[in-house]
Design a protein around this ligand. Sequence first.
Ligand SMILES: Nc1nc2c(c(=O)[nH]1)N=C([C@H](O)[C@H](O)COP(=O)(O)OP(=O)(O)OP(=O)(O)O)CN2
Ligand SMILES: [Zn+2]
Length: 119
Amino acid sequence: MYKVKVTDNFSSAHNLREYEGNCEKLHGHNWQIEVSLKGEELDELGMLVDFRELKKEVKNILNTLDHTYLNDHEYFSRVNPTSENIAHFIYKKLKSRFKDRMDSVTVWESNNSSAEYYE
Ligand SMILES: Nc1nc2c(c(=O)[nH]1)N=C([C@H](O)[C@H](O)COP(=O)(O)OP(=O)(O)OP(=O)(O)O)CN2
Ligand SMILES: [Zn+2]
């Protein structure tokens, strides 16, 4: 098996509805993202997926979140914009392009806190 991983980041504001504590108030994070793809077969160039192509797809998704208030997004009006739900959101978007090569999406809210989504 092969795995290919890229990282990227975005900055946004959020607040966690119904959270008992500071996170219920408006605040922001510089979110760090890691996307992992997996598969057994390489193409004729020896690539599972071209880093450039994966980075472009990830950037397109993160651009919809960067410098926004996450709670305003339709998706996060139904679920809280936690790291877990952000990871799931990004995974679902990428799955429509990379299908069964999707492995996981990890979202770091800070240097010491992360959440990962995989199926
Ligand atoms: N499982 C999760 N727990 C929490 C999430 C989350 O997304 N998933 N999010 C938050 C809040 O966003 C909060 O902003 C983070 O709080 P905290 O980890 O306490 O971070 P701080 O920087 O404020 O605190 P430090 O003590 O400096 O780490 C909460 N929980
Ligand atoms: Zn937060």
